[in-house]
Design a protein around this ligand. Structure first.
Ligand code: PHB
Length: 389
């Protein structure tokens, strides 16, 4: 088999890239180890930046997002006994974020690729990428019991944080930051506790009140990475969440908890993001802690660049955008790494934190909510910078 762009991974990066390339008449084949069922039902992130929403809308995959997504024009920071609102609309000239679950984005992209006759292979095994240093790379895999080999012009490794394609980049640097805590995340059958997200700083540690739909809430609280969700019956979870937000006057609406998990907290960047005819995108190249929800949005920003770079190659045999991919993508990646780290460091309780550290965090939160320029920095980064033209 032959295609122009072979894509390993049917997550946000892989599927969005296949869709963007199709609109330009560039073919792709997407392979993934997971089943379609798995991809469409695994609950992950939920907050889309303005530019992600705009790109989905402009490329014809934003209908359900527009109907079912919930637009948020601000967030609240809870600290020092009160809620402090960051008004995105006022600070960023009307930009906003939209809460729309990642698995719904994937469901919409898969439906559209299949309607457009796209080649998506789910449930493959034994994926191997070969020949990326030459001009005929290929992907081998087993699909429905038969061995396949797809010859490609380019391969995109969009195979997530456990990426195997990343290992093909010789001499790469893996830059890491582990955090000494995790998030305990729950999904509960309950209406939203708040019209907008609440990020809470408290003596007991961080908490976040988010949402997924009018009937499902997503909530998190900072915990030890070794926490066993089995030790946390529903009542204990609700008590802990309430204790962390009550000081600021927020009230948590409770309901049956139907999913509990502990999310690891780490930052990672692989440099460079390319070698020969292999390009990494999304979590394969970088992961961010969940604070600030940059993961899916960075994946979309990467493939926005790759789409334009591949178009320049096919239209004019111009390789300058492909050659510059790592440098261009990493600017946004490091901006997001800094932003996620900044939000994290301002709101979490670190081991060995003393009263001095807490007062310093409160002073920083005071700055961010009290100074228009600091609030604008937070708001601009949260709603997301425009995609590189
Ligand atoms: C979520 O709803 O999962 C969420 C929202 C905002 C964050 C992190 C996670 O900063």
């Amino acid at each position: 088999m032959r295609t122009q762009v072979g894509i390993v991974g049917a997550g946000p990066a892989g599927l969005m890239l296949a869709h963007l390339l199709h609109l330009r008449g560039i073919d792709s084949v997407v392979v993934d180890l997971r089943t379609r069922e798995d991809i469409e039902h695994t609950i992950k992130a939920g907050v889309l930046e303005q530019s992600t929403v705009d790109l989905m809308t402009e490329t014809g995959v934003g209908d359900r997002l527009r109907r079912e997504g919930s637009v948020h024009h601000g967030i609240n920071l809870a600290f020092g006994g009160a809620l402090h609102r960051i008004d995105f609309a006022a600070l960023t000239n009307g930009r906003a974020v939209t809460v729309y679950p990642q698995h719904e984005v994937l469901t919409d992209l898969i439906a559209r690729r299949l309607a457009d006759g796209g080649d998506l292979r789910f449930g493959v095994s034994g994926t191997r990428v070969e020949g990326i240093s030459g001009d005929r790379p290929s992907i081998r895999f087993t699909h429905e019991g038969s061995e396949q080999r797809v010859e490609c012009d380019f391969v995109v490794g969009a195979d997530g944080s456990h990426s195997t394609t990343r290992a093909l980049i010789p001499g790469r640097a893996d830059l890491f930051r582990e955090y000494p805590f995790a998030w305990f995340g729950i999904l509960a059958e309950a209406p939203p506790s708040s019209g907008e997200l609440i990020y809470a700083h408290s003596d007991r540690g961080f908490a976040l009140i988010s949402t997924r739909s009018p009937t499902v809430q997503r909530l998190y609280f900072q915990c030890d990475p070794h926490t066993d969700p089995g030790d946390w019956p529903d009542d204990r979870i609700w008590e802990e969440l309430s204790a962390r937000v009550a000081g600021a006057g927020a009230v948590v609406k409770t309901g049956p908890v139907f999913q509990k998990s502990v999310l690891r907290f780490r930052s990672f960047v692989c440099e460079p993001m390319q070698h020969g005819r292999l390009f990494l995108a999304g979590d394969a190249a970088h992961t961010v802690p969940p604070t600030g929800q940059k993961g899916l949005n960075l994946a979309v920003a990467d493939v926005y660049l790759l789409d334009r770079a591949l178009a320049a190659y096919y239209e004019r045999r111009d390789t300058s955008l492909l050659d510059g991919y790592t440098a261009t993508a990493l600017r946004r990646v490091w901006r997001a790494q800094h932003f996620s780290w900044w939000m994290t460091s301002m709101l979490h309780r670190f081991d060995g934190t003393n009263d001095f550290d807490v007062r310093r965090q409160l002073a920083e939160l005071d700055l961010v909510t009290g100074s228009a320029s600091a609030a604008t920095t937070l708001a601009e980064n949260y709603v997301g910078l425009p995609l590189t033209p």
